[in-house]
Design a protein around this ligand. Structure first.
Ligand SMILES: [Zn+2]
Length: 354
């Protein structure tokens, strides 16, 4: 589909700051934090007179269409269709282009300063990992349904939590109320103290490259659909999952980056080297920078959102003078874990019995 020249002209004449506003970029006196790199001082300038944007750090810039392309990682056509629809300028004749383009979930780049004030109580969380075990429900999920390898789960110290009240009481006894609350494992509610983790759940500890415990994420195993599937406690920085794997790699070794822990566990069970970005919307950039020297690969989820997530990650690495390559999953599977589970079933693996 060709966008008529007259339309392109009209789109590029749209006030650049209004376009930025539609995208959700906050502008203050023609300046904004650049969304193309991790910006601390607003480096992105908008020239109203010339109707252009420009980042002095990345050196990137252009007109309204270019702005939409950069921000959403869209093609020229996609950006034009979205922009024309937003400002009621034009609709393509062909039906299939009429459906407006879906906007990506914008990732926030996290930096040191944003979160350095947060304290993670390594001792309390280490105690939790030392004390907790894997429940029968957790075993069923990990080994019977997902076919993850026992060695992988053991090595990562994955645990589960089934009795939240018992946990709260033990923490209070062991560490006291103040520390329990500060760790954010215990919370103060209307009817007393309660556990922050929605249970039953799995606990995935996050370790730094030096092996120290730096965070924890839970994965709900219950039936209540209103409960968020993954939970982070607010007392921690967002980090990459499985950072200690870097100690086993040499420069140039292949390393997979997955979105979410489940895909990462599947890859590790296949004997691949992998780290995970914990959430679809937060990029732990300090950790990502450490991956630059490896041969980075990703299996994007097989949908538009997955592809965009990959593009965004690639943009991050390109801005850091590196890159990441996409590998393709076979047709009909939605993500790496799905692919892994299907292939295990085909091989006749019926999961280990514990
Ligand atoms: Zn920039």
């Amino acid at each position: 589909m060709t966008i008529p020249g007259v339309i392109v002209k009209q789109l590029n004449d749209l006030p650049i700051e209004e376009v930025a506003e539609r995208l959700g970029i906050p502008i203050n006196r023609h300046n904004a934090l650049c969304f193309m790199h991790n910006d601390h001082a607003p480096s992105l300038k908008f020239s109203v007179g010339k109707n252009l944007f420009h980042c002095f750090v990345c050196g990137k810039g252009g007109g309204p269409i270019q702005l939409v392309q950069e921000y959403e990682a869209w093609t020229f056509q996609e950006a034009c269709v979205w922009l024309a629809g937003q400002f009621n300028i034009w609709r393509p004749d062909e039906e299939r282009y009429r459906k407006s383009v879906r906007r990506a979930i914008r990732k926030k780049f996290l930096s040191t300063t944003d979160e350095s004030a947060i304290e993670f109580d390594e001792e309390v969380f280490s105690w939790l990992i030392d004390t907790a075990r894997l429940s029968p429900k957790a075993n069923k999920f990990l080994f019977k349904e997902r076919y993850f390898k026992k060695e992988v789960i053991d090595k990562l110290s994955v645990r589960s939590l089934s009795y939240p009240n018992r946990l709260v009481n033990t923490i209070l006894k062991q560490f006291g109320e103040e520390r329990g609350l500060k760790s954010k494992i215990v919370r103060q509610g209307k009817y007393g103290l309660y556990c922050s983790f929605c249970t039953p759940c799995l606990l995935f500890p996050y370790y730094g490259q030096d092996g120290r415990l730096v965070g924890m994420q839970s994965r709900y195993l219950g039936e209540n659909i209103k409960v968020p599937r993954f939970q982070f406690l607010s007392s921690q920085k967002t980090r990459l999952f499985n950072l200690p794997v870097l100690n086993m790699l040499k420069r140039g070794d292949k390393l997979y980056v997955s979105e979410g822990i489940t895909d990462c566990l599947a890859m590790l069970s296949e004997g691949m080297n992998a780290v995970a970005i914990p959430s679809a919307t937060l990029l732990p950039r300090e950790d990502l920078v450490m991956l630059k020297e490896f041969d980075l690969r990703m299996y994007p989820d097989q949908d538009e959102v997955g592809f965009r997530a990959f593009m965004e990650l690639r943009r991050f690495f390109v801005n850091h003078y590196s890159t990441i390559r996409a590998e393709k999953l076979p047709e009909g599977v939605k993500d790496y874990c799905d692919y892994y589970v299907k292939s295990q079933k085909e091989e006749g693996n019926d999961g280990i019995h514990i």
